[in-house]
Unconditional design. Structure first.
Length: 288
């Protein structure tokens, strides 16, 4: 697969977030509502599309929990399928709940996105980082799940990629949290070669960030490696938006999508290739 620029996702590609971001979603709901979801449910929301932002995924999962309490007679599979059919993302989840035959006030009267975000950040960042990055005292004390993010990428992989290709980063993390993960992984990327949550409003799978990076690289062929269906969709959308360049999405099986079911899901989303780990990427790629 030829390329002259490689763009990397962070979560599930460079670092493992199963015990950090995903754990923060599960425990935030439990602390706020006394009920929660499991990791399979989180993945169903991811697969529905539009949930690159884990704060918004937490909000949507909270809507499901609250709707279930209010008598919404459906399971999470039907709920996330309805969200996907409505276009994915938090707005779609809100619409599904509002269209359900339940009392809206019983759900939205208890739904507190600002509080959910504060609890999530306190659990994820830990108390000290929360005070420094968020300002003020955290709503709960925590050592911070951000400490529990094993590095997935090997030093030799980063060396092989940076020696041969222009490297960019495209992530749903806030900039400060992206800095922490990139530093832990040992990857230095200039500000103009990365997009974080703070840099664009649309989020994946909107193609703007990827096509902008391609412009900045002056690249003819761009590979984007990520662990979610929206990562692959970002590349396919970029190919439609910018037909003068080649964009290929590579699915990485170290996030929520794994095994044969993960391969099938990436295939269905239009992945150009599927690899077990980002450390397989250098062997997949040929230079310009």
């Amino acid at each position: 697969m030829n390329a002259d620029a490689v763009v990397l996702d962070i979560d599930g590609v460079l670092v493992d977030v199963a015990d950090s971001y995903r754990r923060a979603i599960i425990e935030t709901l439990d602390r706020v509502y006394g009920e929660t979801v499991d990791d399979d449910t989180i993945q169903r929301f991811k697969n529905a599309g539009g949930f690159n932002n884990d704060w918004e995924l937490t909000d949507a999962a909270a809507l499901f929990v609250l709707a279930d309490d209010a008598g919404y007679d459906t399971d999470v599979t039907a709920f996330t399928d309805a969200v996907a059919a409505a276009g994915g993302g938090l707005d779609a989840a809100e619409g599904v709940v509002r269209d359900a035959p339940i009392d809206d006030e019983a759900v939205f009267g208890r739904w507190e996105p600002d509080h959910l975000r504060a609890v999530f950040q306190a659990l994820y960042l830990g108390s000290d980082r929360y005070r420094r990055l968020e300002g003020g005292d955290p709503p709960v004390e925590s050592r911070g799940y951000i400490r529990d993010e094993p590095v997935l990428v090997e030093r030799s992989t980063l060396d092989a990629l940076t020696e041969r290709f222009a490297i960019g980063v495209l992530t749903g993390r806030p900039a400060a949290e992206a800095d922490i993960a990139l530093d832990r992984a040992g990857l230095s990327v200039a500000d103009d070669r990365r997009f974080t949550m703070d840099d664009w409003a649309e989020g994946k799978p909107h193609p703007q960030a990827l096509t902008t990076l391609a412009d900045r690289f002056d690249a003819d062929a761009v590979v984007f490696a990520g662990d979610t269906l929206d990562d692959v969709r970002t590349a396919t959308n970029a190919a439609e938006a910018d037909p003068d360049r080649t964009y290929r999405g590579v699915g990485v099986l170290t996030g929520g999508l794994t095994g044969q079911s993960g391969r099938r899901a990436f295939d269905d989303a239009g992945a150009a290739a599927i690899i077990e780990t980002v450390n397989d990427l250098p062997d997949l790629l040929e230079g310009p």
